[in-house]
Design a protein around this ligand. Sequence first.
Ligand SMILES: [Zn+2]
Length: 326
Amino acid sequence: MSDRLEKRRDKRNKVKKAVLFFTVSILSIGLGLGTAYFTSKYVNNSSGENKNILGSIQDKMVLGNRDSEDKNTEKEPEVKKPLPTDVNKGSNTSIEGDKFTFSAVDAQKANEYKLTADGNKMVFLTFDDGPSPKSTPAILNILKENDVKATFFVLGKNVDKTEDHKSILKQTLEEGHAIGNHSNSHNYDKLYPGRSANLNNITEDFETANKKLQEVLGEDFQTKVVRFPGGGMSWKNMQPVKEAFAAKGIAFLDWNIDSTDARSKNRTKEQIVSAITKELDKMESANIDKITILMHDTDAKKSTVEALPEIISLLKSRGYAFKTLK
Ligand SMILES: [Zn+2]
């Protein structure tokens, strides 16, 4: 082989190597860049994704914490959960006391001989003109000993007279009895001037009493049961008053048995029990089995307290259930 031929082949090989090196280099650079690009893209994505997953786990943990925080805050009202002795919101009894209630509207129908016996014998013991530190606590004790409930038609002027009066009123409600409004003043001349009902004066007087009741028993307390001083049957021009009260969902309640404890200062326990027994017989023969008994828990009513255990056992022996008025 000639030198010239050999040199040419050498030169051709060098060119080939250079082209190969160049191609490989380009490919390597391209591959490198490509790899770098895809890697960076993939790594960013995946780390982004990881970040999202992590983020959502963290979020869930935070939410979880929030949930448990919420549960914790929900637990607070559980702590403040109303007691059975608390006011049954919007009514005139405690939560426990609500179990013993009966419609005052129906009880009044029985008083007016418009609701005849249905075999469900009920008695509503009612005490007017309190609270009184001299008689109400004694009455509450007797009711508790005998496991019966009653309705107290209180006077606004008495409910906030002293701290003692206020706490007796609270105790009355807490022990499951119902509270009715018997006006603020009990002043016949103001409520029924010339024995004729004055709607404005009556409305204002009962509202004053309501405010006082709420001040002592709380905003949740609301009584829809009233008893007009002297009784709704005793005065002229009562129809507009009854209609105005009925329009507000307020029931008025008289009685069908007067215990006669207010008839005189010297009324004895025997006279009271005997009067009730006689009237009860009358009601039973008139086919009335919803009995409302009028009594009083004022400072002077010693004989009412003395007669009460006998009154309760008489009514129990005749099969009456003791209910309150709502
Ligand atoms: Zn009265």
